[in-house]
Ligand binder design. Structure first.
Ligand SMILES: Nc1ncnc2c1ncn2[C@@H]1O[C@H](COP(=O)(O)OP(=O)(O)OP(=O)(O)O)[C@@H](O)[C@H]1O
Ligand SMILES: [Mg+2]
Length: 260
C-alpha cells in the first residue's frame, strides 16, 4: 500500500498517477545548520510509474540524497507531496555492520523481516554468486574492497523485497568493467522482478543506459531543469549512437542549469 507524506497546503495528487509508482509534487526541503538555513530542494516535481527506472543526475550538493531520504521517509518534506510505496535505500556510504560477515550483512533486511537465519543466508548467498562475491560470504566488511562492500550493500537493498529501490550512487566505487557487469545484472534482475527504481548517479551515460527517464537537477537548491525520456531499445551500451546523442542533451541541460 502506498504511504503518503503530504503537507496541508498541497492538493492531493490523483490516485491514478501514483498507483504503484512514485509521485513527487512541488517538494521543497531546507535544513537548519548552525543558525543558518540550507535550501537543498526547491519545488521538485517528478514521477515514475510502477516498474520504471528514474535516474536523477545533478551537481554535488544539489539535494539528490535528500530526495532519496524523503522517498524512504527518513525525513519529511517542508512543502509538497510525496506518494511512494515502501522504499529501500542503498545509501551513498555502504553502512555495513563491521561485526557481521558479508553474507549476514546482506541478509540483514530479511532477518529484520523475520526470516530465519539459514534461509536468509541461502538467499543472500545465491545473489553473491551473481554479483561476483562467491567465496567472500564469511569475510567481514573491513576486509572487503570498496567495490565489494558496495555490492554487498546492493544485495542487501535488493533482498529487502520493497517495491521501490532508491539507489544512491550504487556503482560509484566500481571499476569500469565491474560497473558495466553490475548494470547488466541490475537490468536482468529488473526484467525478472519489476521494481520501481530511483537511481542517483553522477554518470550521465549510466543514467541513459539504465533509465526510462533522466531527471536533471540544477545546483543547490535542486530544481528539475530537464526530464529526458529514454526511448532506446534495451539492452543499451554507452557506445550506442542514440545513447551518445541523449548524453549530449543531458550534459547540455546540466550545463544550462549551472549557468542560470
Ligand atoms: N542533515 C543535514 N543537515 C544540514 N545540511 C544538510 C544535511 N544533509 C544535507 N545537507 C545539505 O543539503 C545540501 C544537499 O545535500 P545532499 O546530500 O542531498 O546533496 P547531494 O546532491 O546528494 O550531493 P552529492 O552529490 O555530493 O552526494 C548540501 O548543501 C548539504 O550540505
Ligand atoms: Mg548524495
Amino acid at each position: 500500500m502506498a504511504t503518503e507524506l503530504q503537507s496541508r497546503t498541497q492538493p492531493s495528487p490523483s490516485r491514478a498517477a501514483s498507483c504503484g509508482g512514485i509521485l513527487i509534487e512541488n517538494v521543497s526541503r531546507t535544513y537548519a545548520r548552525a543558525g543558518s538555513r540550507v535550501e537543498a530542494l526547491d519545488g521538485v516535481s517528478l514521477r515514475a510509474s510502477h516498474g520504471e527506472v528514474l535516474a536523477v543526475v545533478g551537481p554535488s550538493g544539489c539535494g539528490k540524497t535528500t530526495l532519496l531520504e524523503l522517498l524512504c521517509r527518513l525525513q519529511p518534506p517542508d512543502r509538497g507531496t510525496i506518494r511512494c510505496p515502501p522504499a529501500a535505500l542503498m545509501p551513498q556510504r555502504d553502512l555495513l555492520l563491521p561485526w557481521l560477515s558479508a553474507v549476514d550483512n546482506a541478509a540483514l533486511a530479511l532477518r529484520i523481516a523475520g526470516v530465519a537465519r539459514a534461509p536468509a543466508r541461502d538467499r543472500a548467498t545465491a545473489l553473491f554468486a551473481e554479483v561476483g562475491l562467491a567465496g567472500f560470504e564469511h569475510v567481514r566488511p573491513g576486509e572487503l574492497s570498496g567495490g565489494m562492500r558496495q555490492r554487498v550493500a546492493f544485495v542487501r537493498t535488493l533482498l529487502s523485497g520493497k517495491p521501490v529501490l532508491c539507489l544512491d550512487e550504487p556503482f560509484g566505487a566500481l571499476d569500469a568493467i565491474t560497473r558495466s557487469e553490475m548494470q547488466e545484472w541490475l537490468e536482468r534482475t529488473l526484467a525478472r522482478e519489476a521494481r520501481t527504481v530511483v537511481l542517483v548517479t553522477h554518470d550521465v551515460e549510466e543514467a541513459i543506459v539504465l533509465a526510462d527517464r533522466v531527471a536533471v537537477l540544477s545546483p543547490r537548491p535542486g530544481r528539475v531543469t530537464a526530464q529526458l525520456d529514454v526511448h532506446i531499445d534495451r539492452p543499451r551500451t554507452r557506445t550506442d549512437s542514440a545513447v551518445i546523442a541523449l548524453r549530449e542533451e543531458a550534459l547540455g541541460a546540466l550545463e544550462a542549469g549551472r549557468s542560470r
